[in-house]
Design a protein around this ligand. Structure first.
Ligand code: DX5
Length: 226
């Protein structure tokens, strides 16, 4: 049974002077959740949203918020992003020396835990915590900026992760993030990713966000294998 396809916008390309309205537009466009790319300028060379920005947008929509914590010290920030209104928190394995404990802490906060892997990080970093995870994010760019080129060599990594999860018997989604567009989403979906983050490509659709979400979803569905 194929897993449900979820189309998740990154708000990096959105108009930061109107983020509440941008979230409303994304919800109306039919996105399955919204990803907040939280960057601290230390783990990645860029600085973005604090929890107050997310909290300000929370009341405007009902759609799930996920916080992608591209930060050096996620353990100290978990509760603040849960309090801001995020239902999922994605931590990078490269920043969590006690990942098993961190994932448990996210769950204890009533939030869904996910782990992200940078392109060079091997899958075995999550092999022994699949029972604690709702999702694994395989980065298809080096984190820090939107609009980068998709790293196609991550597809075998996604395929191997899907196999690892299937063998484990655990119910874990695979998300990809970075360079996801009409020309790359099929490869990522065929490899086994079912949660697809798109920022710049989604916002570039001349026909608008709703058309873009529907088009990307259709491409991912058509490419999915059992
Ligand atoms: C990388 C960011 C981007 C963003 C999506 O740190 O996480 O991957 O979400 O960017 P696009 O879709 O523009 O590549």
């Amino acid at each position: 049974m194929p897993r449900s396809i979820e189309i998740v916008p990154s708000v990096l390309p959105a108009d930061f002077s109107r983020l509440g309205e941008e979230c409303i537009a994304l919800e109306k466009a039919g996105v399955d959740r919204i990803q907040w790319d939280v960057m601290d300028g230390v783990f990645v060379p860029n600085l973005t949203f604090g929890p107050d920005v997310i909290a300000a947008c929370r009341p405007h929509v009902d759609v799930t918020f996920e916080a992608h914590l591209m930060v050096a010290n996620p353990d100290e920030l978990l509760h603040t992003y849960v309090e801001a209104g995020c239902q999922m928190i994605i931590v990078h394995v490269e920043t969590t020396p006690h990942l098993h404990r961190t994932l448990g802490a996210i769950r204890e906060l009533g939030c869904r835990p996910a782990a992200a892997l940078n392109p060079a990080t091997p899958l075995n970093a999550v092999e022994h915590v699949l029972d604690l995870l709702d999702m694994v994010l395989v980065m298809t760019v080096n984190p820090g900026f939107g609009g980068q080129a998709y790293i196609q060599s991550m597809e075998p990594k996604v395929r191997a992760l899907r196999q690892m999860i299937t063998t484990s018997g655990h119910d874990v989604d695979i998300e990809v993030d970075g360079g996801i567009s009409s020309s790359t989403i099929s490869g990522a979906s065929a490899a086994g990713a079912n949660v697809l983050v798109s920022g710049s490509a989604l916002y570039k659709y001349e026909q608008g966000l709703k058309f873009g979400v529907q088009s990307l979803r259709q491409l991912a569905l058509e490419a999915q294998v059992d």
